[in-house]
Design a protein around this ligand. Structure first.
Ligand SMILES: [Zn+2]
Length: 372
């Protein structure tokens, strides 16, 4: 009950503040704030005799310690922003990001720890040496955050894929020196998706280390500006995630490297909705059978999926039918969305407090023992 009261207070406060970027990942134009509408809704409730949010927020229940673990939380190290600016990539949420903004957003919603990552386009921007340098700078920055704010941050280290040698070096540095919690990979690099045999040496090493491999969608070469009127974050990112899931399963990467613990962003893209087509794929291409000895369903249910950008009933209903609660992780996509937004979505969809606790914390602790 204390947890429920705590969540209600968070929601009341979030509504009062009305803060949020309300911006698609990779979007360059800020969408208008809905703050004004929220204020007028609050006024309506107040006149109908319902206690306004501000009054409730003034007398909060005793709050349990923040406990939520966010596995989808982006940072924008200065070196990364400099690289984006130099390439003419305008990402206001990243340019405006600060450590304090991360902490403030986490504190508002009871997020104890955010495992940080670099979002699309990632660190490889066409040049191997530049990608190695940028990955190192980003990873050092993330590790410094983890050290300077004990318990508040973790690290999904960037790798300069598709540069294999550079990636293998960075894996060693990230895990052995920085004590990273896992690696963060884009779903595709140029015209190759995760699962491509070209990446096998890296997968082999990640498997040897039983690594957590957090993945994030990006724009593949094939699909850059194929439909400019629809922002790439709306359809293309989700589709790229589904492509990568299909590639990892049907190339046999998932079966050959069973100790890698994959996390797919945004509830697995469109995969949950395409679930039956995934299951029936071997009927269309019988030659993939040998790559999936334990079956498609086994592999899809073994992966982990975060709820960033999908903490709403339409998506969660589908995801929760595909995988058990044990495979679902809390994620926010900060600074593109807020933590409070996602606490609200998870709380409203999952009525069982035990389920919410697994999603919000326990499943992540199972993956990353350091967080216990
Ligand atoms: Zn993201």
């Amino acid at each position: 009950m204390r947890y429920l009261r705590f969540v209600r207070d968070i929601l009341a406060e979030a509504e009062t503040e009305g803060e949020g970027e309300e911006q698609a990942e990779g979007e360059e134009i800020k969408v208008n704030s809905v703050r004004r509408r929220r204020v007028s809704r609050r006024a309506t409730r107040s006149s109908a005799g319902v206690a306004p949010a501000r009054v409730r927020a003034q007398a909060p229940a005793a709050q349990p310690p923040a406990s939520i673990i966010d596995v989808h939380h982006h940072i924008a190290p200065p070196a990364y922003n400099q690289e984006l600016i130099a390439r003419g990539i305008n990402e206001p949420p990243l340019l405006r990001w600060s450590v304090q903004k991360s902490l403030d957003d986490m504190d508002k919603a009871g997020v104890a720890t955010a495992i940080t990552s670099i979002t699309t386009p990632g660190v490889w921007l066409g040049d191997n040496n530049a990608a190695r340098r940028l990955a190192r700078k980003c990873n050092d920055y993330a590790a410094t955050l983890m050290r300077d704010h004990p318990g508040r941050f973790g690290v999904f280290a960037s790798l300069p894929l598709p540069d294999l040698d550079g990636s293998l070096q960075e894996i060693g540095y990230a895990f052995d020196t920085l004590k990273a919690d896992g690696v963060g990979l884009m779903t595709s690099f140029g015209d190759k998706w995760l699962g491509d045999p070209a990446f096998d040496p890296v997968m082999e090493e990640l498997n040897r280390r039983k690594a957590v491999v957090y993945t994030h969608p990006t724009l593949a070469d094939c699909c850059n500006r194929i439909l400019p009127v629809v922002h790439r974050a709306v359809v293309e990112f989700q589709t790229d995630t589904s492509r990568a899931i299909g590639s990892v399963v049907f190339t046999g990467t998932a079966a050959r490297y069973p100790d890698i613990r994959f996390i797919w962003s945004h509830g697995g893209g469109t995969m949950p909705f395409l679930y039956e087509r995934f299951l029936r794929m071997p009927q269309l291409y019988p030659n993939v059978q040998a790559n999936i000895p334990r079956g498609v369903e086994f592999e899809l249910k073994k992966f982990y999926y975060d709820v960033a950008q999908v903490a709403h009933p339409a998506a969660l209903a589908s995801l929760a039918k595909v995988v058990p609660v044990s495979q679902i992780l809390f994620g926010t996509d900060f600074p593109y969305r807020t933590s409070a937004d996602h606490v609200k979505g998870v709380t409203e969809f999952f009525p069982d407090e035990g389920d919410r606790r697994k999603i919000s914390r326990d499943n992540a602790v199972g993956l990353i023992a350091r967080l216990k």
